[in-house]
Design a protein around this ligand. Structure first.
Ligand code: BGC
Length: 766
């Protein structure tokens, strides 16, 4: 078999990874698909359809089908499946690759199909906050810009995560994208991490439950979803040169447990490996984490794709990586593609066993068949109004009321003079920047390039404003109020408006995103100073934070209310106005703890933050499994607001706690709405003490909607791994015989009822 030079495309290179005989057929099929997809953007609805499968073996299991198809493939076809090409992105200097046939709808990843075997082209797109388009498709009219994953995390509502995922899956489908690079599940270990907004929380169980439902939603629409970034990609600083050090057993109890539970609940078609090293080995070539843990201990059957520009060596194929993503970025990053010429050379020289190449291919095919990307019927009808309503619901349920000294909801019975200050509230709400940023239908309300010395992504660091203006929405909901706006440009100017207002609503925003961490917890552009002066001028100051992470709030004792709105998506302005006016009773809960300062966190200094991009950096995650609230409780620190915290306009009481033991903890208790308005509560069950040690673990939670006076019984049976320690010497989980103390709380720091039960000592699982 002649190796084709996919690494050096010549003038006739389009589709060269396919054997010559099938090339014209394949190109015709691609053109058909992409012209169908183009109709979508003309008509707003799509009838895009993949070529129907030609396989006659659909009654077989996905494993059997994958094996059967793979056996019928040529080596050229096998090699064609294990790479993807990134589409042209002018903003980060990626030109159009000639191996992508004309007419293909550009996205993050393109892998040619094999029509003679009914294998569709694989096209991947980002991701968790909607279908992104960082310049790939000039004619795409825009997608629903959903709230950030941390907002979904704040909702503590798995069903809503699923609805959001399904909507994203549908919007991917109409564009012909059959893989969504969603499911960001890295734990928020550090409040400076630029990408925490793309993740769900600091807790493994909570992250897994929410992410799994988002993935289930996407895959339910026939679109493969990833879970990413496997693993410990918890800081962006020098991410390609970052060695994340952790105790292996603690890793199993934290970040890896999040992946393990989410994989069990959602069977994601693919796992995306991270950029960083873990304990000295790059994530994409980490024998222990890929072969031993993911595919070995957990028996994961899908495929591992790399992150874009994360594969320096072809040998990663031997260590568990199945597909090299965005191969042109490996040329930029490492000087060469790994899984094209070099891997073919290794194969020809007998260094890549035939069996392993087959396994890589079978895993990709298995996921394709299990999720059904080869069996798409007519594309779903996408109802953008309905998707906007889902985005709105997520924002409504994810906005967290952190503090309220009686000023909220805003009085509706008298015409208030309201001063709205800062945050570009006259235009919209900010969103995170990087590969996850979604261009909304109709475009951004504003976009400012900030830039930065963070490699290629620095140039793409932007303040993006989604067109949902909190100011306009407030005016709609409070027609009698006199509302004035000040841009928050200087403290003295803002103070003028504050002094002549009855109530001030001050916004604090921050641009967070991919490839950079924040050096501290402050608000940029002097906003802390503006808020401070405004709060001094007017005691009725309410602060709305639109950030992807905790901030330090030096002014917090001076203000009457604080609302954490995160990056609330394209309907975020409306949701904020509804919460402020009481149309919506806030029910979001913090999925990440707000420390008083960086000294309370596991790393006061962030290694590498002061070095230029590209400096080898080591971060020791010595907190191990004691991430987030677990750390603060262990260390007796008093954070400002702890995991699980969130206020409501009503009140709830808990009672009748019953705790059973044995194999695991099973608890039941009642929740009662003791206030005057309907609302939703999120009672949480924690382990607080295990035999011989203080050990805090979220065991379960449930979002409960209650009318005034109504009660409900909540029952939670804990995943036994949350009660166990991982014993690396036995490669099993171990529960210590004895009394385990649990508590029902309003947050990890506000425990209301306690109980205990005896658990049987045992080793189990892997
Ligand atoms: C990000 C991934 C993303 C990929 C493709 C990378 O820079 O880390 O999360 O899926 O780009 O756009």
């Amino acid at each position: 078999m002649k190796n084709r030079a996919v690494g050096r495309p010549g003038p006739r290179a389009e589709g060269t990874v396919l054997p010559r005989t099938s090339m014209s057929y394949a190109r015709r099929a691609f053109l058909t698909l992409s012209s169908a997809a183009a109709l979508v953007f003309a008509g707003g609805r799509s009838f895009a359809q993949t070529p129907a499968t030609q396989s006659t073996s659909s009654e077989l299991s996905p494993d059997e089908r994958a094996r059967d198809t793979e056996q019928r493939m040529t080596d050229d076809e096998r090699f064609s499946l294990i790479i993807s090409l990134i589409g042209a992105v002018p903003s980060i200097g990626v030109p159009r690759d000639r191996r992508i046939p004309e007419g293909v709808n550009m996205s993050a990843g393109y892998t040619p199909g094999i029509p003679r075997l009914g294998i569709p082209a694989i096209q991947s797109s980002d991701a968790s906050m909607g279908v992104t388009n960082p310049g790939y498709r000039p004619d795409d009219k825009g997608a629903t810009a959903f709230p950030a994953s941390i907002v979904v995390g704040s909702s503590f509502n798995p069903q809503l995560a699923r609805e959001g995922g399904a909507a994203i899956g549908r919007e991917a489908r109409i564009r012909g994208f059959n893989v969504q690079l969603a499911g960001g599940i890295n734990l928020a270990r550090d409040p400076r991490n630029g990408r925490n907004f793309e993740y769900y929380s600091e807790d493994p169980y909570h992250s897994a439950v929410l992410a799994a439902e988002a993935v289930n939603g996407i895959q339910g629409e026939g679109v493969i979803s990833t879970l990413k970034h496997y693993t410990l990609n918890c800081n962006e600083t020098n991410r390609h040169w970052l060695d994340a050090i952790i105790d292996p057993d603690a890793h199993r109890e934290s970040d890896l447990l999040a992946f393990q539970i989410a994989i069990e609940r959602a069977q994601p078609g693919s796992i995306m490996s991270g950029y960083n090293k873990i304990n000295g080995e790059y994530a994409s070539g980490n024998q222990h984490l890929l072969n031993d843990v993911l595919k070995g201990a957990w028996g994961y059957k899908g495929y591992v794709m790399s992150d874009w520009g994360a594969v320096p060596e072809w040998e990663y194929a031997l260590k568990g990586l199945d597909q090299e993503s965005g191969i042109q970025l490996d040329v930029k990053q490492w000087g060469a593609e790994a899984f094209t010429d070099r891997l073919r050379g290794a194969h020809a020289a007998g260094k890549l066993p035939k069996e392993r190449l087959s396994d890589m291919v079978r895993r990709i095919l298995r996921s394709a068949y299990a999720v059904g990307i080869d069996k798409w019927g007519p594309a779903p009808t996408v109802d953008m109004a309905r998707h906007n309503a889902i985005a709105l619901d997520i924002a409504r349920q994810g906005i967290v009321l952190l503090k309220n000294d009686g000023v909220l909801p805003l009085a509706a019975d008298r015409p208030l003079k309201i001063g709205v200050i800062g945050g570009y509230a006259q235009l919209g709400v900010p969103t995170g920047t990087g590969s996850g940023a979604v261009l909304p239908a109709g475009g951004y309300a504003g976009s400012v390039n900030i830039g930065g010395a963070h490699g290629a992504m620095g140039a793409a660091r932007n303040l993006y404003l989604l067109p949902s203006s909190p100011l306009a929405e407030l005016k709609k909901l409070l027609p009698q109020a006199e509302i004035e706006f000040d841009g928050g440009y200087t403290p003295p100017e803002s103070a003028l408006l504050a002094r002549r207002s009855d109530v001030v609503i001050a916004f604090g925003i921050r641009v967070e995103g991919e490839a950079f961490d924040l050096p501290d917890l402050s608000l940029p552009w002097g906003q802390d100073a503006v808020i401070d002066v405004v709060a001094t001028a007017n005691p009725n100051t309410i602060v709305i934070l639109e950030t992807g992470n905790p901030v330090s709030m030096p002014w917090r004792d001076k203000v009457k209310a604080i609302v954490q709105a995160w990056y609330p998506g394209q309907a975020g302005g409306q949701a904020i106005a509804e919460v402020l006016t009481g149309r919506v009773n806030p029910s979001g809960r913090l999925p990440i703890t707000f420390p008083e300062n960086l000294a309370q966190t596991p790393r006061a200094e962030l290694p590498g933050i002061e070095t230029p991009w590209g400096t080898p950096t080591t971060i020791r995650y010595d907190e191990g499994a004691e991430v987030g609230y677990r750390w603060y409780v262990q260390k007796n620190h008093k954070p400002i607001y702890v995991f699980g915290h969130g206020l409501s306009y009503t009140s709830f009481s808990y009672g009748d706690l019953k705790v059973g033991g044995g194999e695991t903890i099973a608890a039941s208790f009642t929740v009662t709405n003791t206030g005057k308005v309907a609302g939703a509560d999120v009672p949480q069950l924690y382990l607080t003490d295990a035999p011989g040690e203080r050990r805090v673990r979220l065991l379960g939670f449930e979002r409960v909607e209650l009318a005034p006076g109504a009660s409900r019984t909540v029952t939670i049976s804990a995943d036994p791994r949350l009660l166990a320690r991982f014993d690396g010497s036995a490669n099993q989980w171990r529960i210590t015989e004895g009394t385990h103390v649990v508590a029902v709380g309003k947050s990890a720091g506000d425990l209301v009822l306690t109980g205990s039960a005896n658990l049987t000592g045992r080793m189990f699982g892997k």
